[in-house]
Design a protein around this ligand. Sequence first.
Ligand code: GTP
Ligand code: MG
Length: 361
Amino acid sequence: QVLFHLGEMVTATQSVSEDVLELLGTEMNYKVQVVSPEEEDRELLESFDITYGESTGGEEALEARPPVVTVMGHVDHGKTRLLDTIRKANVAEGEAGGITQHIGAYQVKTELEGNERLITFIDTPGHEAFTAMRARGAQATDIAVIVVAADDGVMPQTVEAINHAQAANVPIVVAVNKIDKEGANPAKIRQQLTEYGLVAEEYGGDTMFVDISAKQNINIDGLLEAILLTADAALDLRANPKMEAQGVAIEAHLDRGRGPVATVLVQRGSLRVGDSIVAGDAYGRVRRMVDEYNDDVTVALPSRPVQVIGFTSVPGAGDTFLVVDEDRVARQIAERRQARTRNAQNAAKFKRYSLEDLDSA
Ligand code: GTP
Ligand code: MG
């Protein structure tokens, strides 16, 4: 009625813009505050005395953590093969049609000149259908390795991957792969990528390009060195390992035997078997943790990817997770988030059947 008098033709079940809401509030002596989903969630967690997103305990509590490196690039350019070579594993050969369809996460112990260092790698698919996984990979990472096949050159998902990394403000190392192949032209890759703001150091820019062959194991150490140089020079990779764990679920699915299984990346704190955990609107108790070899893990420190078994439902890929004191709190946070999702869905349903739509039909 109030809006009607102000000249806004709306019905009770219709969604209105923020401006109209604020106008209505002023008119009726309410203070209207438009809250983003992120803010709403922050408030929800605050009501349980939880803050998400930062290491607690100040400077003294921070300890070095391994870099998280996401490998991205066009389909078939050799991302999985590269990680296989680094890990001395064999995933690429076993993939259906040779195409990666999921995000994979691995922690590798590297040894360069006698120094042992851990690096966490996230493998992303290059197929054009998997944009969301690439975007998520770029957001959870410290460094992006863009793999470009030297015999194929810069392709659409190469450009897309660069865009994701740049949007997330993540430093880029370019791995020019397949230099063993006939027709490989690493210089041309450097030249092509200048167009996207990636100028090689040897051309006066500040992007590291490393020529490799994942298949023939050529110069893989050179790439690892470039990654660690970038990590040490440009990034402050520290986190408090002594708080309750927080991080992100990078993949999740329903396993027939084990129930919901989520691959999570611990970003701060330590995740332990027995912890009460909530990820998005899923919750549970960490019943078991395993690494990519299906070996049991009892404690996962910062930058460690691990599969968690014990959720009562499947979390969404990309959801943040956190550990809380009690099962009850995990359940309540999850239920409040579920209710919020339901409300949003109902609102969307109402909107679809609003009078305005009927009028125009
Ligand atoms: P998606 O995950 O589907 O995007 O592909 P990918 O980038 O992971 O490519 P993958 O590692 O599956 O490799 C694709 C093909 O290229 C495989 O047959 C590899 O053996 C081959 N390959 C990868 N690296 C090299 C290389 O350095 N030299 C040669 N000759 N072949 C390579
Ligand atoms: Mg792959």
